[in-house]
Design a protein around this ligand. Sequence first.
Ligand code: GLY
Ligand code: MN
Ligand code: MN
Length: 511
Amino acid sequence: MHTFRRFSSQLCVKLPRRLVKHPLSVKRCMLSSENPSDMLAMQSAKIPKGILGQPTCHTHPHMIPSGQLTCGITQQEYKERRDNLVAKLLEESVHIHKSHIIIIPAACKQYMSDKIPYVFRQNSDFFYLTGCLEPSAILVMVKPVLEDSYKSILFVHEKDSHAELWEGPRTGCSHAATLFGVDEARPVENFNNFIHRIVSSYKPGVVWYQNESPPNPGIHDSVRSALRIGHVSLDEPLTSLHQLRVVKSAAEVELMKETCFIGSQSVNLAMACTKPGISEHAVSAVLEYSCRMAGAEHGAFPPVVAGGPRATHIHYVANNQILNDGDMLLVDSGSQRWLYNSDISRTWPVSGRFSKHHRILYELVLTVQKRLIELLREQRPPLDQLFDHMCRLLGTHLQQEGILPKNIDSNDLIGKAYRLCPHHVSHYLGLDVHDAPLVRRRVPVRTGMIVTVEPGIYIRPDDKSVPPEFRGVGIRIEDDVLITDSDPLVLTDACVREVDDIEAIVGKQSI
Ligand code: GLY
Ligand code: MN
Ligand code: MN
């Protein structure tokens, strides 16, 4: 299976037999048709042949199966996403007797210095609607008031042999409409004139545009000046878009299973490579190497590799100390594959054996985490409510272990637990690590959402409110969970989590 299976099997840690889990299904999504192979052939025929500005099923068959625009996702699915967004904006808008113009810009290239680029990361909102990986492209959808349908126009960089000499091939306007399945493709240079003309011709209108923190500052002035034409109002499209993004399609669930499996195996490998004397830096290199070799583009974010008391700094990413016997190691890491992310935390003893007090704390967090996953099934609570559950559970268990005092009331207990775990217990996960951020965590979870469950305890070395033997330790356990109509599915299930299983693999692989 396209890169993923080939490499992942080579990099699997040799787990004891009882721990070997079957890789989650990596079968690529099939199209819903009576004759899937005909449908796939039809879809493939729509993808232009030849070298374009991004991998295609023709030029990169090892990355993209036949019939798909990007790995796992067809042109048809991207079109349905655009249809759904337009329908949702119109449905929720008070402006029924106006034209609607929706502008979703791609991300721009970012530079380290002078002409030295960072690795490009596409804007997730734009990618979700187009599958296009080109920097500074722009998707515009125009729905005139008197028409039933809308038109999709993609602005891309026109072919240019000088620019392509430096930066690589471009798709260009002649192929972009066919490749991305939009109605028209135009050169980005024409966007300014286009938007002024379209806003003038279709007023009164509503322009849907991300006005705060715009992803492409280069077109911001054009949009702002078009808005001054008159009889046109501004609204923001992302709240509705994120409500679509937060519920994953069957094809997205397959991609999430893959990235979660890759992330899980990379953390297992990091665990197996851990021993006293190696550096946090080396563990972080193992994470990155194993993710990439298994088919990820790169890690999902700079990982936390925090030994001993450094784990009490929640966003520790310096990763530059040596790991000592007797320390616990907290790792928070994930992989990005076809822009879909996993997000996993595990904590294990550097020596491979939990000390008595580390084991008490670890099992306490694990018990809380398991109960929170059960609560997702029993109550389908909003994530904010899951956080309240976490504080209550942590407080109660810490009290039972004698780590928090017995003589405090329940509000005080929850307050103290919150002080020991000051981050949220969950967020949505998908194309962004903190996915669909405009969807409130006050809404109940729904089938098709993928959420993290990540309780932790961080006890500073100088925290006099807990017994000394528990100080200077940070523990977090984080899994990625798909909400289904029945039991929630832990997509990161392949990542070792039980005490005995951790002890069975730490230090078992040399690097
Ligand atoms: N790795 C970031 C988070 O867990 O939210
Ligand atoms: Mn997380
Ligand atoms: Mn995390």
